[in-house]
Design a protein around this ligand. Structure first.
Ligand code: UDP
Ligand code: MN
Length: 305
């Protein structure tokens, strides 16, 4: 799954949102943990290269350029760093995702700047056609295993799948789909694993850009009328951006998504346990098997090991 560009080494692409980092010490700390653990466990073959993409504002890019040489010092693999300007990407993205923002953004959802929270949804239209696979990662992660193994998961995608993503590990979508669940008491929408559909978490995503470009169904689902129709059917009103969109279309078209095992995005946030869902919380939070990546979401501290 390393993308071979005419004779150049096999390249593995990873992208992180990296905005407003220059003014947040807490984001800088998360960035250090993510990069140090990625470097510590990262192993690639000799002719391979990890390409690290950061979507940044000018201030964060300057900080990133200052911090990365030291963070990557002990890397045993070849790498390349690419910065993408957040404003330039937003300009391309806005026309594609504008119509869905009102369903999946906080507040009015009309804000131009919110479009970037939907980057993954339209990444296949933004990135050059030569780029066929990319992994999008949050900053609040800690690797316990080789990131190269994550890319190998692309090889397990069934034919119709376009995105690999782990389930959401809190009952947040049980809450969001409350009305639909009441009207459809036999449905699995919002139910816990293993049989239910708890929705997705966007902290770790495998985007098969080539498959996203070629999937007629996926591209139809980006059309404003299709999104509006589904949002109405499910009474969906969210504020979590791309992960809301993927969760909603996943209820209708499971075949588009390859379910990553929970160990690839072991979320640690327990907010919903204390907010009305204590009785069912463990059913969602539970994750068996090895943890490859910890995700300290909602600012949850990550265990030392
Ligand atoms: N992010 C960013 N700047 C910000 C806030 C968030 O670049 O000011 C990026 C960062 O990559 C982060 C991701 O957006 O990991 C998602 O936010 P966060 O992880 O805080 O959300 P959570 O996982 O807690 O829901
Ligand atoms: Mn996160």
């Amino acid at each position: 799954t390393g993308d071979d560009l005419d004779g150049k080494p096999s390249r593995f692409h990873a992208l992180m949102m990296f905005t407003k980092v220059y003014k947040s010490l807490s984001l800088q700390k998360k960035f250090q943990v993510a990069m140090r653990s990625m470097v510590k466990h990262g192993r690639f073959l000799e002719d391979e290269m990890l390409v690290l993409h950061y979507v940044s504002d000018v201030g964060s890019q300057e900080l990133g350029e200052k911090m990365l040489p030291e963070l990557l010092l002990d890397a045993t693999f070849r790498y390349e760093v690419v910065f993408h300007n957040v404003d330039a990407l937003t300009e391309k993205l806005f026309p594609i995702v504008e119509a869905m923002q009102k369903h999946f953004s906080a507040g009015s959802g009309a804000y131009y700047s919110d479009a970037i929270f939907f980057l993954s949804v339209a990444m296949h239209r933004i990135m050059p056609a030569e780029l066929k696979h990319i992994v999008q990662l949050d900053l609040d992660l800690k690797f316990r295993n080789n990131i190269r193994d994550l890319f190998q998961e692309f090889n397990h995608f069934p034919v119709e799948a376009v995105i690999g993503i782990a389930r959401e590990m809190q009952p947040v979508y049980r809450h969001t789909f409350w009305q639909y669940r009441k009207e459809n008491p036999k449905s699995y929408v919002g139910d816990p694993p293993p049989d239910g559909l708890p929705g997705f978490n966007s902290g770790v995503m495998l985007l098969n850009l080539e498959a996203m470009r070629h999937s007629t169904l996926y591209n139809q689902l980006l059309e404003p009328e299709r999104v509006a129709r589904l949002a109405e059917k499910y009474h969906f009103r969210g504020h979590l951006g791309d992960q809301d969109f993927f969760t909603m279309i996943g209820m209708e078209h499971r075949e588009l998504f390859y379910p990553l095992s929970c160990g690839w995005n072991r979320q640690l946030c327990t907010w919903w346990r204390e907010h009305g869902y204590g009785d069912v919380f463990q059913l969602y939070y539970h994750c068996d098997g090895p943890v490859h990546i910890y995700h300290g979401n909602c600012n949850t501290p990550i265990p030392d090991d």
